[in-house]
Design a protein around this ligand. Structure first.
Ligand SMILES: [Fe+2]
Length: 376
């Protein structure tokens, strides 16, 4: 049924007409919106940044986790510590020190791996695909796979529980905007794959189903297909192949950076882009309550322009229920940016349902993060 939002078109007091631009002098804009940045929204103009809390008490708060400190490498992805979970998505941070001894198969949902550090080969039913840092690897549910890194690797693993990954609808941008689907690489059945296939000995397949792992053992390597055809396969996409949408006159919402979508969450990628140059346009993320989504941001590489004291391998988590926005230092560049462009790569998970913080993440939490908006 078509949505019929309660019709309102109001304005009170001092305000701009265009969101994120030409804000009344000395004010900070705050957006309150439904359905991410696509539903009805209100824009407030405040004399003070709306993150000016002196105390934040109770279970709800902005949180930051140093995933680098989760330093136990595990040979199986199913032993990697969970970070954030709900019934529709499961995120783990996985350190892998050497090639996986067994094959993995996720029977619970499509799997997305993001290579944060390291490089190597992924062997799967479909062939071999090489991977480097910055690669997303999409593995359809049920694929058997084995990652063989050249050295220590660190990955963010995001499972679409009971659901699929798809590409976002690009609408007016056209189907080849942001990245051309032709940039998606698929595995090949090459010499290295055939050599892997021919390795003698028992091979175990660790199948995860309903969160529990079962092991199926073969006397041979079951990645033994001699060919395949069809329109389903793992794909690889590197963050450097993403050509972000930007506007020199308008700070676009994070949703334009959507890379993969599932039923109840979105994975977005922040990649370097020029700052807005219009004098009246906002040059930092706007303060907002994204009241329908819980937001997590994993920092992969670069200089994170809207946050202080954030290093690669960290994750911030902003559950819905309060306003968030740039840190005080970043806010000084609200209307004039010293640099021409951002220099950051980050992976965002926007979940439609509340996310639970897993124990491993809570153990590496920076509990001072909630105070990081205090003026300095
Ligand atoms: Fe946000």
């Amino acid at each position: 049924m078509a949505r019929n939002w309660i019709p309102v078109r109001g304005a009170q007091g001092v305000h701009s007409r265009q969101a994120h631009a030409d804000m009344p002098e000395g004010t900070y804009e705050r957006e309150v919106s439904k359905e991410g940045f696509f539903g009805p929204a209100a824009f407030f103009h405040h004399p003070r940044p709306p993150t000016g809390w002196t105390k934040f008490e109770g279970p709800l708060r902005p949180r930051a986790f140093d995933l680098n400190a989760l330093n136990e490498a595990t040979p199986s992805p199913w032993d990697a510590p969970k970070v954030l979970t709900n019934n529709h998505v499961e995120m783990r941070f996985w350190k892998l020190a050497r090639p996986m001894p067994a094959l993995a198969r996720n029977a619970d949902g499509d799997q997305l791996l993001f290579v944060h550090e390291g490089a190597g080969d992924l062997f799967c039913d479909y062939g071999r695909i090489a991977c480097v840092a910055g690669d997303y690897l999409y593995l359809p549910r049920g694929t058997m796979w084995r990652l063989a890194p050249d050295g220590p690797a660190a990955l963010l693993a995001i499972e679409a529980t009971g659901a699929h990954y798809m590409l976002p609808e690009r609408g007016l941008l056209g189907p080849t905007g942001v990245f051309d689907p032709a940039m998606l690489d698929t595995p090949v059945m090459d010499e290295a794959f055939r050599a892997h296939q021919a390795q003698a000995g028992e091979v175990r397949v660790e199948v995860k189903k309903r969160g529990a792992v079962s092991t199926v053992t073969y006397a041979y390597n079951p990645l033994d297909a001699v060919g395949w055809h069809g329109d389903l396969a793992p794909v690889r996409l590197n963050v450097k192949d993403i050509r972000p949408v930007s506007s020199h006159r308008y700070h676009l919402p994070p949703s334009v950076h959507a890379t993969f979508v599932s039923d109840r969450f979105v994975v977005c990628t922040f990649a370097p882009r020029p700052f807005e140059t219009d004098p009246g346009a906002l040059k930092v993320p706007f303060f907002h309550n994204n009241d329908d989504f819980d937001e997590a941001l994993f920092y992969h590489a670069g200089d994170f322009f809207s946050r202080d004291d954030i290093k690669p391998g960290m994750m911030t988590f902003h559950p819905s229920g309060f306003t968030h926005g740039p840190h005080p230092k970043a806010l000084k560049a609200m209307l004039v940016q010293p640099k021409p462009a951002t220099d950051e790569y980050a992976v965002m998970l926007d979940a439609r349902d509340p996310l639970d913080v897993a124990a491993a993440a809570a153990a590496v939490e920076n509990t001072r993060y909630v105070d990081s908006w205090k003026g300095r």
